[in-house]
Design a protein around this ligand. Sequence first.
Ligand code: ACO
Ligand code: ZN
Length: 225
Amino acid sequence: RESKDQLVIDAGQKHFGAITCRSCGMIYTAANPEDETQHIKYHQRFMEGIKFVGWKKEHIVAKFWNGKIIMIQPDDPKYAIKKAEEVRELVDNELGFKQTTLTCPNKTVTYLYISNEKKIVGCLIAEQIKKAFQVLPDTVSYEVQTLEIMERHRAWRCSTIPQTAVCGISRVWVFSLMRRRGIASRMVDAVRATFMYGSYLSTNEIAFSDPTPDGKLFATKYCKV
Ligand code: ACO
Ligand code: ZN
């Protein structure tokens, strides 16, 4: 009897603590049924959302050893726009953004980083803008917020002197288990090379809107390079 109890306890302990799902990246407690249910729900939605079947007409803007970047523009076929929206919903969900529609869909370009395994591991949404306000330094930082976003939140202290910017990055996201491998940097490089036909945008001409702490760290580093 004693050894049986022991077995039960051991089996239970295996499930204590946090588990990170290697497919969807969610951290959950396996011993907690509510957590497990949450995970299954999230897992299915996430896996469906990041699945990329491939299209006949793909606008590939860059290729790398571990994947490629495709661009989706407002006048692209419906299936492409739909996929971009699906990914944006996943990203917004993770970022805690409640806004469900874009301010200006006809000026929005989506960049997706597709892995060789045909999964979307990165997403960047860029919008055409005219003005941006530099975030005032905690330390010295170069990222700026777009006017529209700034009116909604005032998360960071901003300069009141507008700067001319061409491209606002409203969202940049990389799959949690693939971060710190240069994926976001490559997506921003792709934006700078392709957002405005015939010119390579300088870091002063791009603005990160309403950055999260991760986004701020990334943008600060990227813009200094
Ligand atoms: N902490 C500190 N430095 C960072 C971080 C971080 N979390 N992320 C990036 N950096 C810096 C590093 O110096 C890094 O170089 P290193 O790894 O050689 O040190 C450099 O930026 C380049 O980083 P990348 O590898 O290109 O960035 P990554 O692919 O990891 O993506 C991102 C960064 C998009 C911010 C990712 O962490 C993420 O998806 N976070 C969750 C979603 C999010 O908060 N997105 C930003 C929202 S704000 C907005 O969209 C405008
Ligand atoms: Zn999972």
